[in-house]
Design a binder for this molecule. Structure first.
Ligand code: A3P
Length: 299
């Protein structure tokens, strides 16, 4: 079960012991050398990060990692700057062999860091663009439950559904409190370098979101590009594509499971929350959401 022992807190956020506390406290990610044409995807884990990355990959095939023949398209900021150990040999190999400073531009970077720890000033100074993806927290917590059941077998467990839900509400899961994570990123606004998208709007009308992203990045896409994005990032297409999970060590994921592409639907929470659980969640999280931003998806 997720306990306080699995985490430490920095700036009020829970971090798994995979992170180096000193590096977090000294804001080591600030040393990351951004370039003006870098693009960053930011999210609370299980909000549709992988999907958004695949969308950007299908929109533009020229990301630095792809150009050097790497199967991944995005650099994970925390792994590069804040970890004390790696999620296995493959991840260690990735960090040790990819020289991010030598990668051709444009680079696609992703992060789950809270806005108060992410190097926001560097983002502004260099004019880097960031897309923050947000999702109904009830679906996020369901997705988290299945993720930790399937991923890093045995190393970290969030327990039963009820226990996972409770840990989320009590900010004992990685990167919680969720409301603050989302709220801090929404405070960054959309005027400057940050575009906010939601998982729900992507499910509802992906072409419209792709257009919005293209406009934000000032890199136009054609009708054919949009059609390709829709086809190649459909849930089943992505599940097949990412089925072998070549980026984690063998045995880390339960047989037949894909922790990054599971059901891929809106409202799966209704199959998991009891009425009492939903009411409690509304009282603890829902009430706060309203005061943070009206655009945050919540049901
Ligand atoms: P579920 O567990 O609810 O299915 P992240 O990439 O941030 O870890 O988010 C994972 C969530 O995004 C999972 O949600 C996963 O199934 C969903 N997802 C991944 N690819 C998707 C796609 N192509 N379309 C819709 N949802 C997708």
């Amino acid at each position: 079960m997720a306990t306080a022992a699995d985490h430490f807190t920095v700036d009020g956020y829970a971090f798994l012991r995979l992170f180096d506390k000193k590096k977090l406290e000294s804001r080591a990610a600030d040393k990351f050398q951004f370039r003006p044409n870098d693009v960053v995807v930011a999210s609370f884990p299980k909000s549709g990060t992988t999907w958004l990355i695949e969308i950007l990959k299908a929109m533009y095939g020229d990301w630095g990692l792809l150009k050097v023949g790497h199967s991944e398209s995005a650099i994970f900021l925390e792994e590069q700057t804040l970890y004390s150990s790696y999620l296995g040999k493959i991840r260690q190999h990735v960090v040790e062999t990819i020289n991010i400073d030598d990668l051709p531009s444009p680079r696609l970077i992703y992060t789950h860091l809270p806005a108060t720890i992410f190097p926001c000033q560097a983002l502004k100074d260099k004019g880097v663009k960031l897309i923050y993806i947000c999702r109904n927290p009830k679906d996020v917590v369901v997705s988290q439950y299945y993720f930790w059941k399937a991923f890093i077998k045995g190393a970290y467990s969030t327990g039963s559904w009820e226990q996972t839900l409770q840990s989320f509400q009590e900010s004992r899961l990685q990167l919680t409190p969720w409301v603050r994570h989302v709220g801090d990123w929404y405070q960054k606004g959309i005027k400057d370098n940050v575009l906010h998208v939601t998982y729900e709007e992507m499910k509802e009308d992906l072409p419209r979101v792709v257009d919005k992203i293209a406009e934000f990045l000032q890199r136009p896409v054609t009708k054919e590009d949009i059609e390709r994005v829709v086809t190649t990032t459909a849930v089943d297409a992505m599940r097949n594509k990412l089925s072998n999970l070549a980026f984690v060590d063998e045995g880390m994921v339960s047989e037949g499971e894909n922790p990054f592409v599971r059901k891929g639907t809106v409202g799966d929470w209704k199959n998991h929350f009891t009425v009492a659980q939903s009411e409690r969640f509304d009282a603890i999280i829902g009430e706060k959401v309203k005061s943070v931003n009206r655009n945050i998806p919540y049901q």
